[in-house]
Design a protein around this ligand. Sequence first.
Ligand SMILES: [Zn+2]
Length: 182
Amino acid sequence: MADRMTREQRHRCMSRIRGRDTKPELVVRRWLWRQGYRYRLYVKSLPGRPDIVMRKWRTVIFVNGCFWHGHECQKHRPATNAQFWREKIERNRERDARNQALLQAAGWNVIVVWECQLMPKRRMETLRELDLVLSRIVLDRTGTPHPYSWPEEDSNPAVAAETAPEYRPSKAISRKAPENKQ
Ligand SMILES: [Zn+2]
């Protein structure tokens, strides 16, 4: 009896399809933040409670675990209770598809990033793709590139000032000089 209880508990625990603050999610969030994108997390009022919601860009991002959401990369499923898992994962896939359709019907851009795409080997490529997709969304909505997309550019004025320090003192002096004479 006690044994069965723990197994049920384990199932209940493991069947939570959406964890919070998973490592793949943090990778995406940190990257977004650095790019200047701002977002909210786990918005319950939207279908599927998206992991990341960027209202300004009418965009949601799901960061999906490959096993729970039945990504095609998952070749082997657990041998025990194979049917149980197959059905469960199939239900998850159906629910995901339904939620995404609802979001799209309401005018949201829906982006799905898979856990396996954020493994170190493929991470950069995935984030570059994400950057392209988001840039296009921003461009479509505003007609201009995302202003915060490239934080490095913000610091360019400082760099420019640093590379041209010689002009400034001489200009300042020449401007002061007439005042001093009067
Ligand atoms: Zn995968």
